[in-house]
Design a protein around this ligand. Sequence first.
Ligand code: 5GP
Ligand code: ZN
Length: 115
Amino acid sequence: MSDCLFCKIAEGQIPAKIAYENDKVIAFYDITPQAPIHLLVIPRKHIPSARDLSPEDMQEILPSIFEAIQRLSEDLGFKEKGYRIVNNCGVDGGQSVDHLHFHVLGGRQLQWPPG
Ligand code: 5GP
Ligand code: ZN
C-alpha cells in the first residue's frame, strides 16, 4: 500500500535498522524501544492487522514470521533467557500502525499483565 509506513520501510524508502529479512518477512528495530531488545517483525505483503489474515496468509506468512523470530533469538542471543511476542490488533488492541507486525521484546524481565 503506497501510504503505509511499514510498507515504505520494507521497500527501503524509509530507513530502519534491519535485523533480518527474506523474501516474505523483514525484521527491524522499533524506533521507541520498550526493552533492551525490541524488534518488529512484519510481512512484506501489506496486511492491515491479524484480523485480515487470509487462510493462505496463515499458511504462507505466519510460519515465516515465527521462523524469523526464532532465528533472531538465536542470532542475537536472547533465546535462552526468553522473550515476549506481542501483536496489537485494532483500536482496543492498541494498534497504531495498520500493517501487521509482531513486537519481539527481550533483554530484561518483563512484567505481566499489560495495561
Ligand atoms: P503498535 O502500537 O501498532 O503495536 O506498534 C507500532 C510500533 O511501531 C511502535 O512500537 C512504534 O514505536 C513503532 N514505530 C512507529 N514508527 C516507526 C518508525 O518510523 N520506525 C520504526 N523503526 N518503528 C516505528
Ligand atoms: Zn503496509
